[in-house]
Write a protein that binds this ligand. Structure first.
Ligand SMILES: Nc1ncnc2c1ncn2[C@@H]1O[C@H](COP(=O)(O)OP(=O)(O)O)[C@@H](O)[C@H]1O
Ligand SMILES: [Mg+2]
Length: 365
C-alpha cells in the first residue's frame, strides 16, 4: 500500500509560507494555505490550495476545506489563537496555540521569558500617558516603547531619548498597551534558530549575527564564532523548548553585551535571520521545521562555509554580482518591504564581508 501523502496546512500566505512549501515539496509534502480576509496571497500562488477564512466557519468545516491536514502550522505569530484551538480538535497544531498567545503579545512574552529564567532588558508595562511618564521615571532615558501587539520589523515601537521624544511617542502610542524597555548597550545582535521534533529531537543552527536598518533586518552572517555565547543561547533555547513543550522551529533574538546575552524577543517560527540556511546548511530551517512537526528525523544544521544573507528591502532587482542564490518572493514593490534576499557563501570571512558590502551598495545605491 502506498504511504499516505503528507499534507500540511499553513496559516499565512507570505514569503515564509512560500519557502516552507518550496522546501517541503521535495520531501513529498503537499500544502494548503489559510488566508485572512484581505491577505495578499501572491507569495503562495501555485504552491497549494488557498483557503480564505470565512467568518463564523466551524473548525471542522475549515479543517475539511484545508484538505484534512496531518498537521497545521503558522508562518507568523499574529494568528487567531481561538481558531487554532478549534482546529486542534481535528489535528495537531505546532507550535501549540499557547505559544502564539505568548509570542503575539510583548508583555506576555517578556513575562514568559522571565519565568523561564532568561535575562531580558529591564521593562515596565504601561498604558496611557501617565503610566508611560511614570515608566520613564523608573527606567530613565533612553528607552524603547513598544506596543504589546502588532509589532514587527521595528513597527509600533519608539526609541525615546528625551522628554520631547517621549511626548511624541505618547501621542503616537495613544491608548495602546505598551512595554517600556531600557535601551540595551550592545556590541551586536545575534539570533539562534533551533528545531525540536514531536519526539523531542533538538538541533540548532550556529549563532547568526544580524544587522538592522531602521529596525528591519538587513544582513545576517553565520556562523558567529563565540562558543561561550553559543552555549548560553543554546541553553536558553533548550530551556524554553522544554518549558513550553515546543515542537517546530523556534528563534531567539539576543543582544550581545559585556555581561553576555540579553534576550530581546522570540519568534515561534522560521525566521528571516535563518534564510541563509537555504544555501549554507545541508537542511534548511524550512525543511527542518517541516521535519520537526511531522516527526521525521531532523536534517544536518551545520554551516560548513561562512554564509551571508542580504535582505532586498524595497528592491526587487537581482544584483549583478556573483552570488550563491537570489530569492524573489513575487510581492508588489513597496518602500522598505521585504521583496527577496540574496545569499553569499565564501570560505574567507573577509572576502564574504567585502562581497556583502558590494551587494548592499549595488542594491541600495
Ligand atoms: N531594548 C532595546 N535596546 C536596544 N535596542 C533595541 C531594544 N529593543 C529593540 N531594539 C532594536 O530595535 C530592533 C527591533 O526591535 P524588536 O524588539 O526586535 O522588534 P521587532 O518585533 O519589530 O523585530 C532590534 O533588533 C534592535 O536593533
Ligand atoms: Mg525583532
Amino acid at each position: 500500500m502506498s504511504e499516505r501523502t503528507r499534507h500540511i496546512a499553513i496559516v499565512g500566505c507570505g514569503q515564509l509560507a512560500q519557502m516552507m512549501a518550496q522546501e517541503g515539496q521535495p520531501l513529498g509534502i503537499t500544502f494548503s494555505f489559510l488566508a485572512e480576509e484581505g491577505e495578499n496571497t501572491s507569495c503562495v500562488e501555485g504552491l497549494g490550495e488557498l483557503i480564505k477564512l470565512e467568518e463564523h466557519e466551524s473548525g471542522e468545516a475549515l479543517y475539511q476545506a484545508l484538505g484534512r491536514p496531518e498537521v497545521i502550522t503558522a508562518e507568523r505569530e499574529q494568528v487567531d489563537v481561538a481558531l487554532l484551538r478549534k482546529l486542534q480538535q481535528f489535528c495537531p497544531v505546532y507550535p501549540d496555540p499557547h505559544i502564539f498567545e505568548k509570542a503575539q503579545h510583548r508583555l506576555r512574552e517578556k513575562l514568559a521569558l522571565t519565568e523561564s529564567g532568561l535575562p531580558v532588558a529591564p521593562f515596565v508595562p504601561a498604558l496611557g500617558a501617565d503610566e508611560l511618564r511614570r515608566a520613564l521615571g523608573t527606567l530613565g532615558y533612553p528607552v524603547f516603547i513598544k506596543s504589546c501587539e502588532n509589532g514587527y520589523d521595528g513597527k509600533n515601537q519608539w526609541r525615546v531619548k528625551n522628554q520631547a521624544q517621549l511626548e511624541g511617542a505618547i501621542e503616537e502610542a495613544q491608548s495602546q498597551a505598551c512595554v517600556v524597555e531600557a535601551a540595551v548597550d550592545f556590541s551586536c545582535e545575534v539570533s539562534l534558530v533551533g528545531v525540536r521534533s514531536v519526539s523531542g529531537e533538538v538541533k540548532t543552527y550556529p549563532l547568526t549575527e544580524n544587522l538592522h536598518r531602521q529596525g528591519t533586518l538587513l544582513v545576517s552572517k553565520a556562523p558567529f564564532h563565540d562558543s561561550q555565547l553559543m552555549r548560553q543561547a543554546q541553553g536558553y533555547l533548550d530551556k524554553l523548548m522544554r518549558d513550553w513543550d515546543y515542537v517546530g522551529a523556534l528563534t531567539l533574538e539576543c543582544f550581545v553585551t559585556t555581561e553576555g546575552l540579553i534576550v530581546n524577543e522570540i519568534a515561534p517560527r522560521v525566521h528571516n535571520s535563518g534564510h541563509w540556511t537555504l544555501v549554507g546548511a545541508e537542511s534548511s530551517q524550512f525543511a527542518n521545521h517541516l521535519r520537526a512537526i511531522l516527526d521525521m528525523p531532523l536534517g544536518d544544521t551545520q554551516c560548513s562555509s561562512p554564509t551571508a544573507m542580504i535582505n532586498m528591502l524595497g528592491v526587487n532587482k537581482s544584483p549583478s554580482q556573483k552570488n550563491e542564490g537570489v530569492w524573489l518572493y513575487g510581492k508588489s514593490l513597496k518602500e522598505g518591504r521585504k521583496m527577496g534576499h540574496v545569499i553569499l557563501v565564501d570560505n574567507c570571512v573577509h572576502q564574504l564581508s567585502r562581497r556583502s558590502e558590494a551587494v548592499i551598495d549595488e542594491l541600495y545605491r
